[in-house]
Design a protein around this ligand. Structure first.
Ligand code: NAD
Length: 451
């Protein structure tokens, strides 16, 4: 037995013995996790700075703060979520009671990416633990400082039979995927998502795939242009655009384009400074491969703001490119960096049909005041989730499911959606023995009004 097999076997034994099912035990684990994060904030900020040059403020808002909220929200609601749900029984089942039990799957695998290396490894783990599962986390090998710290902290805090971290790259993930898990939760690219899905099918393991895609932001003629520019600037350039739900490209109405672009440039300068390459708090690109991929997308003739980059620090300025067409290289794949292409439209319906012809995005944002058109946009286009007059902010609401559709993923989490994802809903009929309706048995006279 190798280390991975041994770890899974130990977790399975731990799970089978019912150690994780008790409410108090789950609560204790979540409190332990919260304490672990709280007591090691300095180390966490340092690791995120090393991996991505994240500022303390950004690291708190997008990583630690999110995890604290998710833990607190779960602790507040866990008992209710765990309680068996009573449901009605039809007349044909008279005398019986029906309810849905909330059963953990068992041993789950969480595979996470590098862009929010703490948040995206632990948020699914919080949901899995709250649902009473054992967890193995495989963090991304590209955010190495955070991955190493996460392993050390988890191993210092928890019994590995409940939760452990296995570090490594493709080979490690492949070795993990050969084994049998009871649930796999993957966050990453669509290509690797396919590999995970194929491997899961070998064992008939249920999965969630949190993927990406090209998420549009539409700015209509009646939008509050200044506020739209401010919110889009934050949503796009936080983490240097390395956010799965960042607006990938903008679709701006011709009537407000000039005003909006002016506001956008003003906001970029206000939030990231006139010289972002010298801004100590500006996030860097994760590695050279991604840096070169992004730099190749920059078409200097179309750049109206930014366009500069520094290979030694792997920083790329917040860059806006105008007059972009669907044939440009930047429109052929998810950007995942601080480059913002702008397309324009004069008729909202044309824009909507164009977007609808693309793969279903993870997010869509509409900026405009007309409620009828707002409704039309969100009904007409299929996307994972999104916002009207805002961007990215929807993922901080634990009452909303977070997940993709089509090529942007399957399944959802956050709040109760996370608990439900890692929970098997077991339907139970508790039958009376006081009487027995005869009509189901052969030879009985069927009373169709009862059936
Ligand atoms: P990735 O798919 O390259 O890697 C994700 C994980 O899979 C990592 O842990 C990695 O080690 C592993 N992996 C990579 N190649 C593998 C292979 N051949 N076989 C098995 N495992 C492999 O993704 P990434 O570059 O880390 O992250 C960027 C992508 O993730 C983007 O597409 C982005 O949109 C998406 N993303 C989605 C969400 C979401 O919540 N939907 C969040 C963040 C990122």
């Amino acid at each position: 037995m190798n280390h991975i097999q041994e770890l899974i076997e130990n977790q399975r034994t731990f799970f089978i013995h019912g150690n994780t099912t008790d409410f108090e035990y789950r609560k204790e684990s979540l409190l332990k996790l919260r304490k672990m994060l709280k007591e090691n904030e300095t180390e966490i900020y340092y690791a995120l700075k090393q991996d991505l040059n994240k500022s303390k403020h950004e690291a708190f808002v997008t990583e630690l703060g999110f995890l604290y909220s998710e833990i607190d929200f779960t602790l507040k609601n866990l008992k209710t979520w765990m309680t068996p749900e009573k449901v009605p029984s039809p007349l044909s089942h008279k005398g019986s009671k029906s309810y849905i039990m909330k059963e953990p799957y068992g041993v789950v695998l969480v595979i996470s990416p590098w862009n929010y290396p703490l948040h995206l490894a632990l948020a699914p783990a919080i949901a899995a633990l709250s649902a009473g599962n054992c967890v193995i986390i495989k963090p991304s090998e590209h955010a190495i400082a955070t991955s190493q710290l996460l392993r050390a902290l988890i191993q210092d805090t928890f019994d590995p039979s409940l939760i452990d971290v296995v570090e490594g790259g493709v080979e490690t993930t492949e070795a993990l995927l050969k084994e049998r898990f009871d649930y796999i939760f993957f966050t990453g690219s669509a290509n690797v998502g396919k590999i995970v899905m194929r491997a899961a099918s070998e064992h008939l393991t249920p999965i969630t795939l949190e993927l990406g895609g090209k998420s549009p932001a539409i700015i209509d003629s009646d939008a509050n242009v200044n506020l739209a520019a401010k919110r889009i600037t934050w949503a796009k350039f936080t983490n240097a655009g390395q956010t799965c739900v960042a607006p990938d490209y903008l679709y701006v109405h011709d009537d407000v384009k000039f005003k909006f672009m002016k506001a956008l440039v003003k906001q970029i300068k206000a939030l990231f400074g006139k010289h972002p390459l010298y801004n100590e708090d500006y996030t860097k690109i994760i590695n050279e491969k991604h840096f070169n991929r992004l730099v190749n997308f920059i078409d200097q003739e179309k750049v109206i703001h930014g366009g500069g980059f520094a290979p030694d620090t792997r920083l790329i300025e917040p860059t806006v490119m105008d007059k972009v067409t669907w044939d440009d290289p930047i429109m052929q794949e998810e950007i995942f960096g601080p480059l913002l292409p702008v397309l324009s439209f004069s008729n909202i319906e044309d824009a909507l049909y164009t977007i609808k012809r693309q793969e279903k995005p993870l997010a869509l944002y509409y900026f405009g005041e007309n409620e009828k058109i707002q409704q039309q946009v969100i009904e007409f286009i299929s996307f994972g989730g999104g916002a009207i007059n805002d961007a990215v902010y929807h993922l901080g609401n634990p009452f909303l499911p977070f997940g993709g559709v089509g090529q942007s993923g399957m399944g959802a989490y956050h709040g109760q959606y996370g608990f439900d994802t890692f929970t098997h809903q077991k339907g139970i009929l508790k039958q009376t023995t006081k009487f027995d309706f005869p009509f189901r048995y052969p030879g009985s006279k069927l009373n169709t009004s009862v059936v």
